[in-house]
Every structure is written in C-alpha cells, then in structure tokens.
Design a protein around this ligand. Sequence first.
Ligand SMILES: Cc1cc2nc3c(=O)[nH]c(=O)nc-3n(C[C@H](O)[C@H](O)[C@H](O)COP(=O)(O)OP(=O)(O)OC[C@H]3O[C@@H](n4cnc5c(N)ncnc54)[C@H](O)[C@@H]3O)c2cc1C
Length: 488
Amino acid sequence: MTQLVWFRSDLRTRDNPALWHACKHIEEGVVGVVFVTRQQWLQHGLGERKIQLLENAMLALKSELASLNIPLLILPANTFADCNQTLQRLIIQLDIRSVSFNIEYEVNERRRDIEFGRWCREQQVELYKFHDQCVVPPGEVRTKQGQPFKVFTPFKRAWIQQAEDIMAAPLPQPGPCEKNIQAPLIALINAQASLSLNTDPITASADPLWPVSEEEAHLRLNNFAYERGIDYKKLRDFPAEDMTSRLSVYLSLGLISARQCLHVALDRNNGLFSGGKPGFDCWISELIWREFYRHLLVAFPQLCKHKAFKPETEQVCWRDSEADFQAWCEGRTGYPIVDAAQKQLLQEGWMHNRLRMISAMFLTKHLLIDWRKGEAFFNKWLLDADLASNNGGWQWSASTGADGVPYFRIFNPTTQSQRFDAEGQFIVRYLPELTPLPAAARHQPDSLQRQRCGYPQAVVEHKFARQRALDAFKQTLTAADAGDNNDE
Ligand SMILES: Cc1cc2nc3c(=O)[nH]c(=O)nc-3n(C[C@H](O)[C@H](O)[C@H](O)COP(=O)(O)OP(=O)(O)OC[C@H]3O[C@@H](n4cnc5c(N)ncnc54)[C@H](O)[C@@H]3O)c2cc1C
C-alpha cells in the first residue's frame, strides 16, 4: 500500500509526525504532495515575497525528500477546494489507501480538511491526522472549569505543567525509504507533475536574506542557542543589537518545529521550562506566547474572521484617513523609530518585536486607524506572516484582544526610541538621511533639522493624539481591562 503524505505548513522532514507515521507504516513506498495555492494565498493577503519563499521551501523539501527516496509532487491549485479535488483524483489514480497530514488550525483550512475527511470516509481511505504546530495541542490547556484561558500568565503555568508531562525528544528524520513506489505509479506521478508544472511553473529564486532549508533553520537555532540566547532577556528589546533568533520565518514555513526549538532551549536551560537561566526562561516564554495565540485561534474562531476578541471594542470610532495610513505604510510618519521600523519591514520582510509593538500601537492609537488595516499590511509584508501571532500581536497592541495592553497605556514613540535605541543606531540604519544628526536628536528632530535632512514633519502631535485615542477608547473600555501583557 502506497502512503501519501500531504504537506502544508510543515515543510520539513525532521520532527514531522505525518511523515514519520507514513514511513513507519510503509508497504509499497511513500509519496508526498504539496499544493501551490497561489490564488488562495493572495485571497489570504500574503505578499509575493512570502509566496516566493513558500515555493522555495517546497523545492528544498523536494530535494530533502528525494534523498529519502520519497518523491514530492508540487501541484498547483487555485483554491483549497481545488486541492481536495486534485488530491482525490490522485488518490484514485494511484490507488492510495492511506493519507497522513499535520493539522492546520485556521478556519478555511479546517473547512477544507473536514470536507477531505468526509470524502476519505466515503472512499474508505485511511486518514491519519497529527498535531505538529504546538507543543501542547490546542484545546488541551484549559482552566479548572474546562474553559480556554484568556490571560497569558495562568495559561503559561498550565501549559508548562502539561508540556512537562508530554514533552518528548523531537522525531528524527526517517531513514531512506527502502520500498520504491511501483513503476506505473512513477509514470503517473511524472505525467501529473509535468502537467501541473506546465500550467503553473514555480519560478523559485533564492531570497539572500532568508535562505530556506531545514539546515539553515537549525543553523540559526544553534547559533542563537549557543551564542546569543544567554543574553536574550537583557538585550532582546534593542533592535540595533539583533539579539533575537529570527526563527519566526522558519517556524511559519514549518522548516523547523516549536518542539525542536523548545528542545534545544531546554537543553541549554538545565531541562527547565522556567527558573533556569533568564535568557532561556524568557525565550521559552516567547515560544509559549506563540502557543497561546494558536490556542486562542482554535478556541475563538471569530479571530480568523476579522473580529475583535473584545466585542465592545468594535464600537471604537476608527479614523478613516488614507493619507495617514499611507504615511505609516511607507515610513513617512515623521516619527523616526516608527518610520525605521516600517522600512525594516519593507526591506527585510521582518520587523523586530519591540518595533512591531511600537508601530502597531502608533497606527491604532496615535493615528486611531483600525488594527485590521495594520494587520493586513503586516500580513502582506512579513515573511513570518502567521494568522494567530499576527492577529494576537495586533489585538494586543490595539487593546482589543485577549490579554491586550490596557487602552490607557499608550507608548510614547519618542520615549520608546530613547529607551531602546539610545544612540539612534537602528534609526540611521533605515533612515540614513538622519545620520548627520547627533544621537539625541535622532529620536525627534526639530523642524529645521527635518528640513535640512529632507525628513518629514510629524503627521500628528503626540499629546494631542494620545488624548484623542484615550477619548475614543474610554467610551468602550474601562480601566479594569488592564491585564498581564508581554511589554516588560
Ligand atoms: C503587531 C505584531 C504582529 C506580529 N506578527 C507576527 C507574525 O505574523 N508572525 C509571527 O511569527 N510573529 C508575529 N509577532 C510576534 C513577534 O513579533 C515575532 O514572532 C518575533 O518578532 C519574531 O522574531 P524572532 O523569531 O527573532 O523571535 P524571538 O524573539 O527569537 O522568539 C522566538 C520565537 O517565539 C515566538 N514569539 C516571540 N515573540 C512572540 C510574540 N509576541 N507572540 C507570538 N509569538 C512570539 C516566535 O515564533 C519567535 O520566532 C507579532 C507581534 C506583534 C506585536
């Protein structure tokens, strides 16, 4: 019996439970399938650079699997519905009796899988589903009353208790598959592959900033764990230092798993989830934030549908200023730290976490523009774009989310800049026109300095904007909404 593995956001061969299962239950060989769903991705708001990266990661997976004697079909499909149809045809053509995949949690993806599961039952095709995105599967961390957690700190406590019980070493890469798939199947696969590539060729070209392969992901993990992790707590908030792991891109493509990251972190932290070395305690905590947002997405599917977690915040009267929004998108707000952050996003496809908070809060509080517009913009430009974490981060910053920052705690971008980029080193990396200014002036140049450097005046004055945001939120939220948050 040929086993089929359907790859999605798990483009790796190591610690991949679906692949592992197929290789362990092999009778006549294993075939992999992955879909290039360009139209669906565009509908989901992904940018071209991320799509390119996804395609590159698929090609990297193809060559990794080839070394295991497992062919990978990279098939085009416009939508998720098309994936199901194509796969069903293929399963019938190849007489496949067993399929395995790792579960995706977003609403459209779940709908696709429910449909596919129904078809498999009807056709008596065995279907094996696995959790690979979280260390503790969503839905399994609950309050004593059996409810999902809405606040991070108690979630983290409960999560650690469970993770301690179930945390096992990551699965290794399966050994090379000794059973070849039969010749007629190969012919069918080749025909299918060339047909699909004719209709939608993959034009992969490497992104020099983000080489995609499992090997690269592990290099970055080890490099972080052995060189920078120890100082993570002390230095992670300073964007010029580049002290974070930059693994989010690799996690979002599934080139590395959260369990693999956690495993290395635990190894460096004397096996402790917390109470070990501050750098690793803190990094593990960030990985748990990632889990928290995924658990929320599953427990509250309205988060996938552009809804605020706190329904009352739907009453906030957001401003509809296209000019201000464009200034923010393009890094022309006249607030250097915000503009440098936006330039980093546009140039690198990634933004430092501290800056994501500053920039998101600036858009939603200073400009009072709906968080959904910012979320969509980040989703288009971030190479680590991930619905759960992006939505979580935006709703945290906009004070509309579970355990979001209290609405009255509005970051002052200039103070944040002075605190986290004291010398303005990060600012001038992305706004070289401000280099001639003394460090102290880079955070908030005066009018004359702006003119001389060709740098725009501020789109809005801080005190005025702060008060405007407070007034807009006061009507819908109360001070009692203050909660635990990740802005230490
Ligand atoms: C407005 C906003 C939008 C965001 N959008 C995304 C997104 O689309 N995709 C994404 O992966 N992260 C997002 N984040 C979370 C965070 O900013 C990034 O995960 C982090 O900056 C990635 O850099 P790193 O890999 O160097 O992280 P590290 O600091 O090295 O952390 C390790 C890993 O922990 C996870 N992590 C760290 N911080 C957070 C956090 N606050 N929330 C959830 N997970 C976290 C990430 O998977 C990260 O790779 C967003 C945060 C905000 C405030």
